[in-house]
Design a protein around this ligand. Sequence first.
Ligand code: F6P
Length: 541
Amino acid sequence: MKALVEELKSTATETDATDIRAAFAADPQRFQRFSVTLDDILFDYSKCAVNDRVLDGLEAIAKAARVAEKRDEMFAGKPINFTEGRAVLHTALRNRSNTPVMVDGRDVMPDVNAVLDAMGAFSDKVRSGELTGATGKKITDIVNIGIGGSDLGPVMATLALAPEHDGPRTHFVSNIDGAHIADTLKLLDPETSLFIVASKTFTTIETMTNAQTARAFIAKALGEDAVGHHFCAVSTALDKVAAFGISSDRIFGFWDWVGGRYSIWSAIGLPLMIAIGKEKFGEFLAGAHAIDEHFRTAPLRQNLPMLLGLIGYYHRNVLGYPSRAILPYDQRLSRFPAYLQQLDMESNGKGVTLDGTPVEGNSGPVVWGEPGTNGQHAFYQLIHQGTTVIPAEFMIAANAHEPTLRHQHDLLIANCLAQSEALMKGRALEEAKAQLTDKGMDDAKADHIAPHRVFTGNRPSLTIVYDKLTPFALGRLIALYEHRVFVEGALFNINSFDQWGVELGKELATGLLPVVEGKESAEGHDSSTVGLVKALLAAKN
Ligand code: F6P
């Protein structure tokens, strides 16, 4: 593997693959050769530093890393998350073909379908007003209390599908910072509010604490007996939910083979279902299923998640770019970069390979972003002229949900395409100087100013185009990125499905609480922590 990566590094330099601008000039067919369509999705990677030999090299690496075999093991329910002894089967949650999916010799599809049916029935009742609060009033507001995978997916998808909303208003509380729940409760009428406590483990301190605050809010306004009418829960830990006092007909389960960051397809999607209805939620699942089938069956050079993963790996581990920018030109995807941050960085932010030895080279990149065009007026400066190369991933719909504002959508598209073109083409010194002298600037001054107006160009970007951000399209987009993360994880030869790196901070926070409360001494902690505790205790009022 190491030899193949080194060979690919040489190929990239020797074949001058990184001169993207020259590659376009030399080959009028470049776009046709380095773009793929799948129904209405167009995936254009021609503005990345690839050529046929680079793709051959990546294909050889994918073969050596057994990516296709690992993919098949995932779909077959093998316990590929071996550090936790679990299968990885979020794909079963959206398996619209309903073919059996076996875990430990048992088909999980009947259970998956039973939970979906229960969610659908519950969601129908909330939306129609058949299920009311304790005083008989229709539910107008849903509050999802969860964090990480039990929050980011529902928040992102609910915002993305805003045009489809015809259910109650949705709110999301995640942060342990009391400001989050306090600001949300201010907006609510307890009589018409329903809280969803969403936690895979039902032990996460943020979620449990916020749930207790919400419980107190209902109990204070409507009495203890009212609490059960205003809560439901989503979890894999059914016993713990029962202990919280939520009745069994309001508990929606899922399974340990669903990772938190892959759980939007499970009952964790309940707030989305209540917002848009079970039929549209079904379309969302169907979109993801379509990508699953494509990922399983399409040949590598036509396979979108494979290509996206190979290019991501190439950027990170062959060309050494430390981060990637996710730039949806779609305001309703404004939380998509944050969602992908967890999906990608919690999955592929690992330092050891499957056999416990250190990763050779790099594992996952830093993932970040903001929607265009806003980002253009904030951080694009660095992407264009800074000293770090940051591959940009653009997303744009051909059509918006606002036909009367077509002009605005055309401006959005023009901006998106202009950015990828500018990144690739850049602006040479002579051109920069000519622009200045054409405007009447004298030669000496133009020489002085022109270097500041130079763009190196040859900065890689890829673009994903889709028809319109429908539930089906969103399902496809998320699944495309989920499988991309899988492909990259397989290439890095890491376990993408555990997250031990977040545990240490949790343990230390538990130990520090009595110290921060002033009940225990800070002795034994490092001098920085002791100093900070002391200052915070002194300032406490
Ligand atoms: O701290 C990380 C994490 O375990 C994520 O993987 C998970 O999505 C999040 O916490 C929330 O966990 P839970 O759903 O169990 O409350």
